[in-house]
Design a protein around this ligand. Sequence first.
Ligand SMILES: *Cc1c(COP(=O)(O)O)cnc(C)c1O
Length: 396
Amino acid sequence: MNYHVDAKGFFGRFGGAYIPEMLYPNIETLRHQYLGILEHPDFKAEFASLLRDYVGRPTPLYLAKALSDQLGYTVYLKREDLNHTGAHKINNAIGQILLARWLGRRRIIAETGAGQHGVAAATVCALMGLECIVYMGEIDMARQAPNVRRMEMLGARVEPVTSGSRVLKDAANEAMRDWIAHPEDTHYLIGSAVGPHPFPDMVARFQAVISEEMRAQLQEHTGSPLPHTVVACVGGGSNAIGAYYHYLNDSSVRLIGVEASGEGVGTACTAATIALGREGILHGSKSLVMQTEDGQILEAHSVSAGLDYPGVGPQHAHLFATGRVDYVNVTDSQALAAGLELARMEGIIPALESAHALAYLPQLSLSKDDVVVLNLSGRGDKDLSAYLQYTEDSVV
Ligand SMILES: *Cc1c(COP(=O)(O)O)cnc(C)c1O
């Protein structure tokens, strides 16, 4: 079974590049050049050096003893929360900014929902001295004001998006429009394993450093590079594909993706794309998409802004269709409770996104020596008000 992209840019029947003609030259350049650039020794050396000295990699693989005792099996946390800027998104941002510079692009655009990817993009643009424009829905700008300030402090221009529902999917549309208008000098720094080919494959390759490190660290800790199970949360799917990447062909390793079901899959307030989505095209590729009978994109809802997206990367749609990865989902309140518990138990405040993955752990029934690696995609400082709100609501 092939879980990777084929020569035409597809993962099984998903993927491809469904783009307006104006973007064709730009995407073609990327498609022809990305593998050569990513494999170039100079590129690899600079990527590795920035991951080490700027991002702080390798991130630790931490044996969570108290959590393991409670669950009855062995849990390691891959500490992506300890990266510079607080999440895995910087891995991809560093990779793409080096690629943009390699291609001679001077102007960087990005979309952001919660602002996490916007901050990562603004950070690497400051590092490289490149112009940065971040498209962000007006509603999200109000909800995530501190991240707007951060991006501005880093020298980026945050462009409010007033079309549609004024959230992430509208910001992505606006970024696409900008790219069409500036195909010559601009790179679109996409924040997850989504978008037209070659973005999903390229982002997966940048995030694959997560599972590359996991293998070496597990070997050291347990004597084997292979865990029983890997668990990760899935929004667009970049942290999850990074955590699975070097295990896709190890059939003994169970891979689990946790989506956000919001108030529940049976409600209108949900973001469980794989559970509910149908085949469709969103942001340049064919994947599973939450949509109405007649193909209108539905709005996603999750307490976690990073999982609040009505699509999912095409590789995940393929991994679902082939049965290689099991996709499950947990609700807002399950995630909030799991995040609060990890804070008390291990002294780690997880991002609400990562808390979704944590909330699934009690459903695994394994024995003491079975090893589970949970990809802790980010830190939860940004989510304090949601956690506090939940604590107050649960007390009364
Ligand atoms: C953005 C984000 C996610 C979701 O994005 P993926 O591309 O699915 O990884 C998950 N965790 C954190 C901490 C994030 O910031």
